[in-house]
Write a protein that binds this ligand. Structure first.
Ligand code: FES
Ligand code: FES
Length: 155
């Protein structure tokens, strides 16, 4: 199926299998391998990308259904100042070890902070329940995101 998509700010027309997931499209067809695939069944959060600013599990999202939406993978945030701050906070708070969960967590954190929703540590823990990290124990991840939220100017 020919699909007109906007990925990381670039408009593309791609030939997409009707059943292809967005994760397979970005990784296998477009070479955007920053998006990780873990469970491929909606349970680990490693494949999160932004769809019109909403964090979305790209392994469960059909690529053909993304026409008209802004798709942003971790690569699409390379010039984003908030994302730079979140990455720096992950680094300084030791919020990653193997890094497999990190792209999904970064995209989720960016969406959470830019949504303007008020969240505290307890609600952040709930938000993170779909993003599995087997290495860190989450303490650094939570600290990093809370630090960036506190440093974010009010809207
Ligand atoms: S790969 Fe998508 S949720 Fe695990
Ligand atoms: S840093 Fe290894 S899974 Fe999170």
């Amino acid at each position: 199926v020919k699909s007109a998509l906007v990925i990381n700010g670039t408009s593309l027309t791609v030939d997409v299998e009707a059943r292809m997931s967005l994760a397979d499209l970005v990784r296998d067809e477009l070479g955007l391998t920053g998006t990780k695939l873990g469970c491929e069944s909606g349970s680990c959060g490693s494949c999160v990308v932004s769809l019109d600013g909403r964090p979305t599990l790209s392994c469960l999202q059909l690529a053909v259904c993304c026409e008209g939406l802004r798709i942003t993978t971790i690569e699409g945030f390379s010039d984003d100042s908030l994302m730079h701050r979140i990455k720096a906070a992950f680094h300084s708070e030791h919020a990653l070890q193997c890094g497999f969960c990190t792209p999904g967590l970064l995209v989720l954190a960016h969406a959470l902070i830019t949504s303007g929703r008020d969240f505290d540590e307890r609600t952040l823990r709930e938000e993170l329940r779909g993003n599995l990290c087997r290495c860190t124990g989450y303490v650094g991840i939570i600290r990093a995101i809370m630090n960036c939220r506190s440093a974010q100017p009010s809207p």
